[in-house]
Write a protein that binds this ligand. Structure first.
Ligand SMILES: [Zn+2]
Length: 139
């Protein structure tokens, strides 16, 4: 998990170095998951990129998707293989659901948020408006 943390810090640094006005103007685009069927499996080729667009660890997004699909999967290189056949639109709905629950601020709707862990609870903290809301732990 260490590398994802470092990666997030790198992203934070990259963001903080952007001129403020540019960041203000940039609109959030929902990343599109790229998925293809392969036999009885669904192969996702850009999960880390989607997680990076959300500024979340890939493991967290992966855990969410596995629970949502109620399936198992494994990683082969940069590809994530999920057992079962899932339509791209169905998978994209899960991405949107993840964004609503774990990325977008529930008050202002901006994606500039991060997790803050306090004891057993995790909070989604918005960097744009300062709002804080609790988020569930994916088991
Ligand atoms: Zn906000």
């Amino acid at each position: 998990m260490t590398w994802t943390h470092t990666y997030e810090q790198m992203l934070d640094k990259a963001y903080s170095e952007l001129p403020a006005i540019k960041r203000e103007e940039s609109r959030f685009e929902m990343p599109a998951l790229k998925a293809n069927l392969s036999g009885n499996k669904t192969v996702v080729s850009n999960l880390p990129q989607v997680a990076a667009a959300f500024r979340r660890p890939t493991e967290h997004l992966l855990k969410f998707i596995l629970r949502e699909l109620a399936t198992t999967g494994d990683v082969k290189g940069s590809e994530y293989h999920f057992m079962g056949k899932f339509r791209p639109e169905f998978l994209q709905e899960k991405i949107v659901k993840y964004a609503k629950e774990f990325v977008l601020c529930s008050v202002c709707g901006k994606p500039d948020t991060h997790f803050v862990k306090e004891q057993a609870a995790t909070f989604l903290v918005c960097e744009a408006c300062g709002a804080r809301s609790s988020v569930r732990t994916i088991k």
